[in-house]
Design a protein around this ligand. Structure first.
Ligand SMILES: Nc1ncnc2c1ncn2[C@@H]1O[C@H](COP(=O)(O)OP(=O)(O)O)[C@@H](O)[C@H]1O
Ligand SMILES: [Mg+2]
Length: 479
């Protein structure tokens, strides 16, 4: 029927003539200058008329419509800024931006071109405006604008129809040259990609802006949470420490004899209070680590001496019921460069864990290995062990394993100890890992730390700065 729209030029989408190619190149440049959706659609409907002098060739109105799934049709998006366009909109019964051609209106050329993928032409505006306009209303619009011919092109992007373009002119269809058709066809192909890219770009930009706001809010909430944990923990720690001291005195320094029952109750209060204090301390530690408010003060540390001190401390504090053997495999070991307080905290947690998960009569062995660059310290117990699947979860926050092994001692735990230990070792440029032959085969926890060699000592300041991270110089973390 519209034999002049030859299929070949449409499917190739490239103008055949040199002048058309040049024009298309200019349009491409204009369209690609800016990716903002509003700018792109404005240029789509105006650039052809103004930049390429198409007004001289009788072209007066370009209309871009895009598929609007929500509205169930093809929605008018942009319209050229010409006197003819203004005249048509001023008499229209429906405002331009409210015009949606329903998908069901398959005789409307806007929808038809989407279905067939081929352009159409008409000199009768009800073909492009009804529905939603009545035929009379559509004709009134056409008359006020003084348009004789309208060509409708489907707009595709990545092989999918996304909308249509209507080129309206004040001349008859037979006056349209081959060259013009070539250019319109090439232009339409270009529009598909430009419009879709700009939609993606604008959505991306808006989403990025929204994400930025959300991210700021989250950061603020995170800070508030840190502050809350920090303040709440501090406030809890003081009264709990007082309770612990008084219960301890009531138990051990009472001047009246205690009945067995009262003694049992007091002992339980003491254990529970200790658990609470541990929990609060762990929470404080986590909050400080996560907000970067932790200070690392590294110095050369003799690991064997530190381990001996810790074993003495643990051994004597539990001396009465102590049935677990500690073995320290002493050997010449270089000093490491680490924060002794933090290291103590890590070791106390590892020893505490081994004690918790090793039945009476068991053994805890400390071993050391150095390759000259680092020192590996391992704490190996003969306790309940850890299954393969659980090994990777150990160092996560609240990483208490929910399998059936019951801690040998009743003091329970928070599941934060290893998380804190790993964070501290990381801050001291070390590594920590666990291994176990399986359940009931014991567990080994090993951490490695850099040797305090001349190189490190000469660059101490650098090391400290990096170790401190974003430290804000708060008081050292209590154990
Ligand atoms: N030596 C060990 N033997 C067996 N399981 C262990 C050992 N050390 C740690 N675990 C497991 O790892 C979990 C996490 O340890 P940790 O982070 O120190 O928390 P907590 O001691 O408060 O439970 C423990 O609850 C336990 O399930
Ligand atoms: Mg622990």
């Amino acid at each position: 029927m519209f034999n002049l729209f030859n299929k070949q030029s449409k499917s190739l989408g490239i103008p055949q003539k040199k002048e058309s190619l040049e024009s298309l190149w200019r349009l491409t440049k204009i369209l690609m200058e800016n990716l903002e959706f509003e700018d792109v659609i404005y240029k789509v409907v105006n650039s052809l008329l103004t930049e390429l002098g198409y007004l001289k060739s009788g072209y007066r109105i370009v209309v871009l419509s895009l598929i609007d799934e929500k509205a169930g049709g093809l929605r008018r998006i942009a319209l050229s800024e010409t006197a003819e366009a203004r005249r048509a909109t001023s008499v229209s019964t429906i405002p331009f931006e409210k015009i949606v051609i329903p998908f069901s209106a398959t005789n409307n050329l806007g929808i038809k071109v989407l279905l067939t993928g081929r352009p159409e032409v008409t000199s009768y505006w009800p073909d492009i405006l009804s529905p939603p306009l009545s035929k009379e209303a559509a004709l009134t619009n056409q008359k006020s604008a003084g348009i004789q011919t309208s060509m409708v092109y489907p707009v595709f992007s990545r092989g999918k129809p996304i909308g249509s373009l209507i080129f309206s002119m004040v001349k008859e269809y037979k006056e349209v040259t081959e060259e013009e058709k070539d250019l319109l066809s090439g232009f339409t192909d270009l529009i598909g990609l430009a419009v879709e890219n700009s939609m993606l770009f604008t959505t991306l930009r808006r989403t990025t802006a929204q994400l930025e706001v959300a991210n700021q809010k989250l950061k603020e909430l995170d800070r508030l949470k840190d502050d809350f944990v920090s303040i709440a923990s501090h406030e809890l720690r003081t009264p709990m420490t007082a309770i612990r001291s008084y219960v301890w005195m009531a138990l051990n320094r009472s001047d009246v004899p205690l009945s067995q029952k009262v003694e049992k109750y007091l002992a339980r209060i003491l254990i529970s209070t200790e658990r609470l204090i541990n929990l609060v301390n762990d929470m404080l530690n986590v909050s400080r680590i996560e907000s970067g408010r932790i200070e690392i003060n590294p110095e050369p540390v003799d690991l064997i001496k530190l381990v001996k001190d810790i074993v003495d401390e643990v051994y004597y504090s539990k001396s009465a019921e102590q049935t677990i053997q500690f073995v320290i495999l002493e050997k010449p070991t270089p000093q490491v460069f680490a924060d002794p307080e933090k290291l103590r905290q890590v070791l106390l947690n590892l020893v505490g864990n081994s004690l918790k998960f090793t039945p009476p009569g068991g053994k805890i062995i400390f071993d050391f290995f150095s390759d000259g660059q680092t020192v590996e310290t391992s704490v190996k117990d003969s306790g309940v062990g850890i299954s393969k699947e659980d090994l990777s979860r150990l160092f996560q926050k609240f990483g208490r394993l929910d399998n059936s092994y019951v801690a040998i001692s009743s003091s329970g735990g928070t599941g934060l100890g290893l998380y804190i230990s790993k964070a501290l070792i990381d801050l001291m440029h070390g590594k920590i890992w666990a291994s176990s032959e399986g359940l009931d085969k014991g567990a080994t926890f090993t951490f490695s730390l850099p040797v305090a060699n001349r190189d490190i000592l000469e660059h101490q300041e650098e090391f400290k700065i990096t170790a401190k991270g974003q430290a804000k110089g708060l008081e050292p973390v209590a154990i």
